[in-house]
Design a protein around this ligand. Structure first.
Ligand code: IMP
Length: 501
C-alpha cells in the first residue's frame, strides 16, 4: 500500500486517465502500474502492439505491448480491459499471457472487447511493404500492422474480435478484406512479398502462398485457435465500463502520446489512433465527461521521439535523426562508436548519445535508439490542450550529472510565409504554442532558457522537501510558463522512486 499512499488521485475521483503529452515512451507504464494499486479496473483504449509499456518491480523488468500494465497486480482481483479502440493482435495477447503464467503472475481477469478490431497477417504485410517501399516518405512505423488495421476500420472492411467466434462470418469478411491487399501486393516483386511474409511475426511463412499470396485456410485455422484460447475473455467491455463508472475505481491507460495522435498529432508522422484523452475514452466506450482526473506524463527535462518527423530541439539535429533511423544504430554500436560520449559534451550529437545511454532510451517494441532533445514547451503547451494540465514529470534522475539544462520556451519561425487561412505565419514570428504541422515546425528555431543543473544524485530522494532547489526552480519555471501543475515526479524506475508534490 505504501506506493499508493506516496501518490494517489484526489479522494473524490473514481475514474482517472493517464495520457502521454509527448511522443510516447514517457514512462506511463510505471504510473499505470502504480495507480493500479488504487484502481479496481484498468483499461486500454487505443493503439496496439506498437506500444511497449515497461514496468520495473524489484529486479524484474516487464514489458507489455497489449495487456494493460495493471495485470501485474496479481491476486488483487483487478480487472484488466483491452477496449474497443485497441488494435487486437491475438497472437501477442496469448504470448504475453504465456509469459505472465511462466512468471507465476497470471491474472486471468482479462477482458477483451468483442468489438475491437483484429490485427490480421495482411495488416503486418501491408505495413512492412509500404514502409520498405516508401523511400524518404517512410513514417518509421513499428511494423505491427497498426496503420493498415485502422485504415480497414474506417474503410468498413475490418474484422472484429467476435468474428473469430463465428467462422462463417470470419471467412466471408476475411475474403472481402483480402481483395484490395492482394491486388496491391501483386504490384510488387513476388520475392519481396515472400520475404516479408517469412518473418517470425508472420508465422515464418505459414500464411504465404505463391499464387494467391495469402493462404486463407491457414489464417482461418490460426484465428480459430486464437478464438478457442481467448473466448472466455471476450466481453462487452463498453457496457461493463459504463456500468462501472462512479461505482468502481477505473484507471484508463493511454498509449503512445498526444503528438502522435492521428487527429491532433503532427501529420503525417503519427500513429493511426487518437492518443489524446478523447481517443482514450472513446476507445473504452466512455466519454471525456466520465473522467474525474487526468494526468499527463511528460519526460523531463529532455524528450524523445522514435521514427521520422520534425524534432526542433533534437540533440545533433539531422545527424541524429539520420543515425537513429539507420539500420546500424543499436545500443551496442553506440557504445562502441562513442565510448567517450558525455552528458556535458559541447558536441550536441554526442550529448544526445550520452543521454540516450544514461536513460536507456531504446525502443521497447523495436529496440531502435530513440532520438533525444531538450524539453520543448511550445509542443507541451499544444499537447496539454488534448490531455490535461496536471503533469507528472519522469526520468529526472537521468540528468543528475548535467551541468546546464536548456528548456525551449518558444520558436523563432525561419521559414517562408505560411498561410493557414485565418492565420498567417511570417518569417521571424515567435511561436509559443506549436502548430501541428511538420512543414512549419521544421523551420522553428528553438529559443532556449538555460538553467544550472542540480549535480547530485536524486534517485534516493523520497520527499519533495529534499529535492535540490535548482531542480525545484526549473519545475516552478515550467509551471509558470505553461500554466500546468506538476503533481508528481519520478526519480527512478521503481514504484518507490516516486515523489508526490
Ligand atoms: P505505427 O504506430 O507503428 O504505425 O508507427 C507510427 C509512428 O508512431 C512511428 O513514428 C512510430 O515510431 C511511432 N510510435 C508508435 N508507437 C509508439 C510508441 O509506443 N512509442 C513511441 N513511438 C511510437
Amino acid at each position: 500500500m505504501q506506493d499508493v499512499q506516496r501518490f494517489k488521485p484526489p479522494h473524490s475521483a473514481t475514474t482517472v486517465a493517464i495520457v502521454d503529452a509527448q511522443w510516447g515512451d514517457t514512462g506511463k507504464g510505471k504510473f499505470v502500474d502504480l495507480l493500479s494499486g488504487w484502481a479496481d479496473i484498468i483499461a486500454r483504449g487505443t493503439g496496439g502492439a506498437n506500444a511497449g509499456h515497461t514496468i520495473c518491480i524489484g529486479d524484474e523488468t516487464h514489458i507489455f505491448h497489449l495487456i494493460p500494465s495493471g495485470i501485474l497486480r496479481d491476486g488483487e482481483g483487478k480487472i484488466n480491459i483491452i477496449g474497443n479502440g485497441v488494435a487486437v493482435d491475438p497472437s501477442i495477447i496469448r504470448r504475453e499471457l504465456r509469459v505472465l503464467r511462466e512468471k507465476g503472475l497470471t491474472n486471468e481477469r482479462l477482458m477483451i472487447a468483442y468489438n475491437a478490431h483484429l490485427v490480421l497477417p495482411q495488416h503486418l504485410v501491408m505495413d512492412r511493404i509500404r514502409e520498405s517501399s516508401a523511400g524518404s516518405d517512410k513514417i518509421g512505423t513499428t511494423g505491427k500492422g497498426i496503420g493498415p488495421l485502422y485504415i480497414d476500420h474506417v474503410a468498413r472492411i475490418g474484422l472484429q474480435v467476435a468474428d473469430m467466434l463465428n467462422k462463417d462470418c470470419f471467412v466471408r469478411k476475411l475474403k472481402r478484406n483480402l481483395v484490395d491487399k492482394v491486388a496491391y501486393l501483386r504490384t510488387f516483386d513476388s520475392e519481396i512479398v515472400r520475404k516479408v511474409m517469412s518473418h517470425d511475426d508472420l508465422a515464418n511463412g505459414e500464411f504465404y502462398n505463391p499464387d494467391s499470396i495469402f493462404t486463407l485456410e491457414a489464417i482461418v485455422a490460426a484465428y480459430e485457435d486464437h478464438a478457442h484460447a481467448l473466448r472466455g475473455m471476450i466481453r462487452d467491455t463498453d457496457a461493463f465500463l459504463r456500468k462501472s463508472v462512479g461505482t468502481k475505481k477505473i484507471l484508463l491507460e493511454g498509449a503512445q502520446g498526444v503528438l502522435l495522435s492521428v487527429d491532433h498529432g503532427i501529420q503525417p508522422y503519427v500513429t493511426s489512433s487518437d492518443c489524446t484523452l478523447a481517443g482514450l475514452t472513446k476507445g473504452v466506450g466512455l466519454t471525456v465527461r466520465d473522467v474525474d482526473c487526468t494526468y499527463s506524463i511528460v519526460k523531463a527535462f529532455f524528450m524523445t521521439r522514435v521514427g521520422e518527423g520534425v524534432f526542433p530541439t533534437e540533440f545533433g539535429g539531422e545527424d541524429s535523426a539520420k543515425w537513429c533511423g539507420s539500420k546500424e544504430a543499436t545500443k551496442v554500436a553506440e557504445q562502441e562508436k562513442y565510448p567517450n560520449a558525455s552528458i556535458n559534451s559541447t558536441d550536441t550529437f554526442e550529448q544526445g548519445v550520452a543521454i540516450r545511454l544514461q536513460g536507456a532510451e531504446y525502443g521497447s517494441t523495436t529496440e531502435r535508439p530513440r532520438r533525444t532533445g531538450w524539453l520543448d514547451l511550445p509542443l507541451l503547451r499544444y499537447a496539454m490542450q488534448f490531455s490535461s494540465k496536471g503533469l507528472i514529470l519522469t526520468k529526472l534522475d537521468v540528468l543528475d550529472e548535467c551541468e546546464a539544462i536548456r528548456i525551449c520556451v518558444a520558436y523563432k519561425y525561419l521559414g517562408k510565409r505560411y498561410d493557414m487561412g485565418e492565420k498567417i505565419i511570417e518569417h521571424g514570428d515567435e511561436i509559443r504554442v506549436a502548430i501541428p504541422n511538420n512543414d512549419v515546425l521544421k523551420y522553428g528555431q528553438p529559443v532556449y532558457r538555460d538553467f544550472p543543473g542540480w549535480l547530485c544524485k536524486i534517485s534516493d530522494i523520497r520527499s519533495a522537501t529534499d529535492l535540490p532547489s535548482k531542480l525545484v526552480a526549473i519545475v516552478a519555471f515550467l509551471e509558470a510558463e505553461t500554466g500546468a501543475k506538476v503533481v508528481a515526479v519520478s526519480v527512478g524506475r521503481s514504484r518507490e522512486q516516486t515523489i508526490a508534490l
